[in-house]
Design a protein. Structure first.
Length: 216
């Protein structure tokens, strides 16, 4: 299988309504890594955001039983990164809570995805630092662009943020010190209005994910 065939397979799987989420996770991950695809290129080909595809690929590292549970629970895209980065116990509790919520949750003015996302964060008991550490390279790259657009970053912050974006996109984990700095910068971007709820720039989902991570 060459790269184009892998991209076509991933596209078909991503858009299929007949393949359950667990099977998509397994087969898309296998095709992606078998030929060494680039995240941004693959995401654009299937018309997904890099963060969505990155989160799905991260789910592929979970054990078989958890992937089977994902198939049953069908968690929304906004929760994939959280599930992938939680401990096995936390992920299992969160997915079971999602299964139970399907019959009992009423909208009450919020989306089902938002409800589940908040519920999972409460179950996992993650700190701000852990949540920021779970943000993808694509998430941080978007925050960097917003900061640049709003002229809200100092020269040093701009250089630092570029370095951590590169590090995350290469699959490397940020150090505790780096995460602390990223958290402070994101909080500053929020206070300056660069990243806010109900964004009118067509990036509401990613802005909300960043704000959820920093507790804003």
């Amino acid at each position: 299988m060459d790269k184009y065939q892998a991209l076509e397979k991933i596209k078909d799987l991503w858009n299929s309504v007949d393949v359950d989420l667990g099977q998509k996770i397994i087969e898309i991950s296998e095709a992606f890594y078998a030929v060494g695809l680039d995240l941004s290129t693959a995401a654009a080909f299937v018309k997904a955001t890099p963060s969505e595809l990155d989160a799905l690929l991260s789910l592929g590292a979970l054990d078989e039983e958890l992937i089977k549970l994902i198939s049953k629970a069908e968690p929304p895209k906004t929760t994939w990164a959280l599930i992938a980065n939680a401990s096995d116990e936390e992920a299992r509790q969160a997915l079971n809570a999602l299964l139970n919520s399907k019959d009992s949750h009423s909208n009450n003015g919020t989306s089902h995805s938002e409800f589940v996302y908040q519920q999972m964060m409460e179950i996992a008991g993650l700190t701000k630092e852990q949540m920021v550490g779970m943000l993808t390279g694509a998430d941080l790259a978007h925050a960097l662009k917003k900061g640049q657009d709003f002229n809200a970053l100092s020269e040093w912050e701009n250089k630092f943020f570029k370095s951590v974006v590169t590090q995350k996109k290469r699959g490397k984990t940020l150090s505790g010190k780096q995460i602390d700095i990223v958290l402070k910068i994101l909080e500053n971007l929020s206070s300056k209005g660069a990243i806010k709820r109900n964004s009118i720039d067509g990036d509401e989902e990613i802005c909300d994910r960043i704000l959820d991570a920093i507790g804003k």
